[in-house]
Design a protein around this ligand. Structure first.
Ligand SMILES: Cc1ncc(COP(=O)(O)O)c(C=O)c1O
Length: 428
């Protein structure tokens, strides 16, 4: 499509948008009486209007039935999980029984490493991205130590080349190859939280498995954002949070994928709890752990129906919008943002923004990360004053992510127009 930098063109794109009515299903933030332009769906997705009613249903059931809410009334809590895995499996490209909703992301990564990182003196190394999200770094560092290895020796980070911001796919594959005899595991962020770079997860999986290693992805910034095919890519395991692109609320319940080939494998260790016990006989309370033969067998504790309800409300909207339509709009919205930002940048007398997110469509999702070359923090503060919610990452990066469910083409135009005005203020 040939874009034109004008508000009327933006409005035309909105009129043609098949998903435009979905915005109305969300509560847009209003600060000091002013509706905000909210571009932080990559951090905390907005609240669907239906979530409060779904939570209220759980509260009512708790009030009316007490513990019998697990078994009685409409949507007994014991069966709630079944309603989540169908829509989720479509979002992550898995079979429904390969998906489980449980815990939080970092907790799930630790639990999955218990099963999929079984180092010995020969194969004990883990490859990950340099500057992975800090929680992943701490998770790997402490997990490796717990297994009796030295993180400095066992963890191999792949970094961007000197002078570059993103990691070259070929370098990831090369490092896997270099460590082929000692590599136990690759743990990778499918979409990097800082740069917005999307990786070729199928290629990483192939390369790692070809040398005898296992592969897991942190999909915090990928799930609900880009198209995923975890099962077809033959990924061993993955985990994500639901509070970013999946709009399931602050601290919302996490999720994990475990390839079906492991569901009946008794040789792999796991940390167990009663909620992972075979569903049919769980309440017989017998000795000896007998897992449910699906990803649900990795659960430990009683899940919160309140968190389930918030998740369900948000997932319903995904199903109604349709994954294909969401992907189509995501690509158009993102291309529109790039077009406007490029136009703005090219009109400055000196460069003000360096984009660290890859330009290639196959290497990015909703997010664009702008490295501000001049007065970045001031620009960010002015954006906030003007009612634009984006985020600031030290030392000099502004991240933003217009999302297809509730952001409009006009908002993207408004944002770049506000940014243009701010840059004029700063630079004159
Ligand atoms: C890439 C990535 N990994 C891990 C986490 C940590 O998630 P949690 O706090 O839910 O464990 C985050 C949180 O934003 C993240 O962005």
């Amino acid at each position: 499509m040939i874009f034109e930098n004008s508000r009327s063109f933006a409005c035309r794109l909105d009129q043609q948008d098949e998903l435009r009515s979905f915005r109305d299903q969300f509560i847009m933030p209003v600060i000091d009486g002013r509706q905000q332009i909210y571009f932080l769906g990559n951090s905390l997705g907005l609240q669907p209007k239906r979530t409060a009613a779904c939570l209220q249903q759980v509260m009512n059931k708790w009030a009316n039935y007490g513990v019998e809410g697990f078994f009685m009334g409409e949507q007994p809590w014991l069966q709630y999980h079944d309603q989540l895995i169908q829509p989720l499996s479509q979002i992550v490209g898995a079979l429904p029984h390969e998906v489980v909703v449980m815990n939080q992301l970092t907790v799930n990564l630790h639990l999955l490493l218990v099963s999929f990182y079984q180092p010995d003196q020969k194969r004990y190394k883990i490859i990950c991205e340099a500057k992975a999200f800090p929680s992943d770094q701490y998770m790997l560092e402490t997990h490796v130590k717990y297994c009796g290895f030295d993180p400095a020796d066992a963890i191999i980070e792949v970094a961007p080349r000197a002078g570059e911001h993103t990691i070259r796919q070929e370098d990831v594959l090369q490092v896997i190859h270099e460590h082929k005899d000692e590599l136990a595991l690759v743990v990778w962020g499918g979409l990097n939280y800082y740069t917005g770079q999307l990786f070729d997860m199928a290629a990483i999986t192939n390369a790692a498995q070809a040398v005898g290693a296992k592969v897991g992805f942190d999909l915090a910034h990928a799930a609900g954002n880009v198209a995923l095919q975890l099962h077809d890519w033959n990924v061993d395991f993955a985990a994500w949070c639901s509070y970013k692109y999946m709009n399931s609320g602050p601290g919302g319940i996490g999720g994990a994928y475990i390839h079906e080939r492991y569901h009946n494998d008794h040789t792999i260790p796991r940390f167990a709890g009663w909620w992972g016990y075979d569903k049919a006989t769980r309440f017989l309370m017998q000795k000896g752990f007998n897992p449910t033969r699906s990803a649900e067998g990795w659960q430990l504790s009683t899940p919160s129906p309140l968190l389930y309800a918030a998740h369900r409300a948000a997932l319903e909207i995904f199903t109604e919008a349709g994954i294909d339509r969401l992907q189509k709009k995501r690509q158009l919205l993102n291309s529109w943002l790039w077009f406007l930002l490029d136009d703005l940048n090219s009109r400055q007398s000196e460069p003000v923004i360096e984009f660290i997110t890859p330009r290639k469509e196959s290497e990015r999702g909703c997010q664009v990360s702008m490295l501000m070359l001049q007065q970045g923090k001031k620009v960010f503060d002015e954006l906030a004053k003007a009612g634009v919610i984006v985020d600031w990452r030290e030392p000099n990066v502004i991240r933003l992510a217009p999302v297809p469910l509730y952001n409009t083409f006009e908002e993207v135009w408004q944002f770049t127009n506000i940014l243009r005005q701010i840059l004029q203020l700063q630079l004159v």
